[in-house]
Design a binder for this molecule. Structure first.
Ligand SMILES: [Zn+2]
Length: 175
């Protein structure tokens, strides 16, 4: 008996493994070729990052919100990340005053990637990043797209990019 692709509404044969959790290769879902490609494209956000860096990235988002939450799967992780971004209340004065400095700030490879995901010039004002984020969320939210998995994954990438920049901007303020 053949396995069917685990992707939403796909009926192709699933013969490619995609990890459910990043640190657990035993736990996987089976996808067809086109969907495993789609899957990898979305996870490319983490490429070039070690497990340690990813954990650090997540931890810093948690610290930002001063809450300690556990997550046991990538889905749960994104849910928390997502809820965190919705709760973001940025102290405007802090970010505004940093605007000019951010232009000279040396952004990391992942920062630059995050800016490109947003389609924004590197070093843009924090407010503008938030503005764009909200626009993209509206566009890609599954509730607006009949739960289309493709948009959900897009939203994940956007949320990660947003968190990446949020952490960078915060670090800049703290130093
Ligand atoms: Zn498929």
């Amino acid at each position: 008996m053949k396995n069917i692709c685990d992707w939403n509404n796909c009926s192709e044969i699933g013969e490619y493994k995609a990890p459910v959790e990043k640190d657990n290769s035993k736990n996987f879902r089976l996808l067809c070729l086109s969907h495993v490609k789609e899957f990898n494209k979305n996870w490319n956000y983490f490429s070039g990052m070690s497990e340690e860096q990813i954990c650090e990235f997540i931890k810093s988002d948690m610290t930002w919100h001063k809450t300690t939450q556990c997550f046991s799967s990538s889905d749960n992780f994104f849910k928390i990340l997502w809820n965190n971004t919705l709760r973001d209340k940025i102290e405007k004065s802090k970010f505004n005053s940093q605007f000019d400095h951010m232009k000279q700030f040396k952004f990391s490879h992942n920062d630059v990637k995050a800016f490109s995901i947003f389609g924004l010039p590197v070093g843009l004002k924090w407010e503008k990043i938030q503005e764009k984020f909200k626009k993209l969320v509206k566009k890609f939210h599954p509730d607006m797209n009949l739960g289309n998995k493709k948009y959900e994954d897009k939203l994940k990438v956007i949320t990660l990019a947003y968190t990446q920049l949020k952490n960078t901007y915060r670090i800049k303020i703290d130093t």
